[in-house]
Ligand binder design. Structure first.
Ligand code: NAG
Ligand code: NAG
Ligand code: NAG
Ligand code: NAG
Length: 275
């Protein structure tokens, strides 16, 4: 085979393998979403398009409510409404009998509205332990949430959350610590941060109301015994003096009653016997 012949064959093979029907088969499907993260019940628009000149069929697959707003041969524009949970949307087109599709994940978010902080106990002795608990109801997605437990502006503990069950939308973080004297001079608080930047959203920050811890010096046992003894003795003296007062007053009353008795007897004495 001449080199010319080989070249022609190669060219023919190349044309057959690579470029035959390239117009029909090499097409793309694109999906453009207004946003990838939405609030519950929110609506958003989706545009499904293809590079195929004359697609046979095309559309959007979703379990959510959809309305076709506009369409042309190469694209379809939809309105999706009433989203309630994380979902996957699929755009698909069929071109010369071949189907292609493209998917996108849409997540539902709820920013932290209320952040509750609990100190347990609120009155604690130096050296004794206490617990800080932070609770945030109705927040999602949990894997974008960070809860920070703060003393003043210092972070004592930071907690992140993995992918949780979709039904679980409450986040809690707890931290136990030993009470120090200076803990009584700071406000404790909890900061909830929902960072949706990586999903094309915003960052939401919500603080709890500040709470203070009441710190007291623990009383040593020997000192406690002395205090209890002194208080007991004082109480005994008080009770004794009250009792003595009572007895003396009774005694005095009886003596006065006695003198009246003498006078009454005198009165009862017949006139004749009196001087
Ligand atoms: C949908 O996307 C296509 C391709 O990017 C674009 O040409 C078309 O204008 C878009 N439609 C709407 C309603 O945005
Ligand atoms: C929106 O979704 C909720 C729950 O998913 C459903 O109960 C409600 O009927 C829906 N509303 C509309 C207008 O489709
Ligand atoms: C959608 O989420 C699933 C898992 O939930 C993941 O496997 C997939 O890669 C995601 N798709 C996109 C386009 O991000
Ligand atoms: C703690 O918070 C209260 C209420 O916001 C505030 O009045 C007080 O000054 C704060 N104390 C400290 C030490 O920051």
């Amino acid at each position: 085979m001449s080199s010319f012949g080989f070249g022609t064959l190669t060219m023919a093979l190349f044309a057959l393998v690579c470029c035959s029907g390239s117009d029909e088969k090499a097409f793309e499907v694109h999906m453009r979403l207004e946003k990838l993260i939405v609030k519950p019940k929110e609506s958003f628009e989706v545009n499904c398009s293809t590079t195929c000149n004359q697609p046979e069929v095309g559309g959007l697959e979703t379990s959510l409510n959809k309305i076709l707003l506009l369409e042309q041969a190469q694209w379809k524009h939809y309105l999706i409404s009433n989203i309630s949970h994380d979902t996957v949307l699929w755009c698909h087109f069929t071109c010369f009998g071949k189907q292609k599709s493209m998917s996108s994940n849409v997540s539902v978010y709820q920013p932290p509205r209320q952040v509750f902080l609990t100190l347990q106990p609120t009155w604690v002795a130096v050296g004794k332990s206490f617990t800080i608990e932070c609770r945030v109801p109705a927040v999602e997605p949990l894997d974008s949430l960070t809860l920070s437990l703060l003393r003043g502006s210092e972070t004592l503990h930071s907690q992140t959350f993995g992918k949780a069950a979709p039904a679980l939308q409450e986040a809690t973080a707890t931290f136990s610590s030993m009470a120090h004297r200076e803990d009584g001079h700071h406000n404790f608080s909890c900061l909830a941060v929902l960072d949706l930047m990586s999903r094309g959203g915003e960052v939401f920050c919500t603080h709890s109301a500040p709470k203070m811890l009441e710190i007291y010096e623990p009383v040593p046992d020997s000192q406690m015994v002395i205090i209890v003894t002194v208080v007991s003795v004082l109480l005994f003296l008080f009770v004794t003096s009250v009792l003595l007062c009572f007895i003396f007053s009774q005694h005095w009353r009886q003596r006065r009653m006695g003198s009246y008795g003498v006078r009454a007897a005198w009165r009862r004495l017949p006139q004749a016997f009196r001087p």
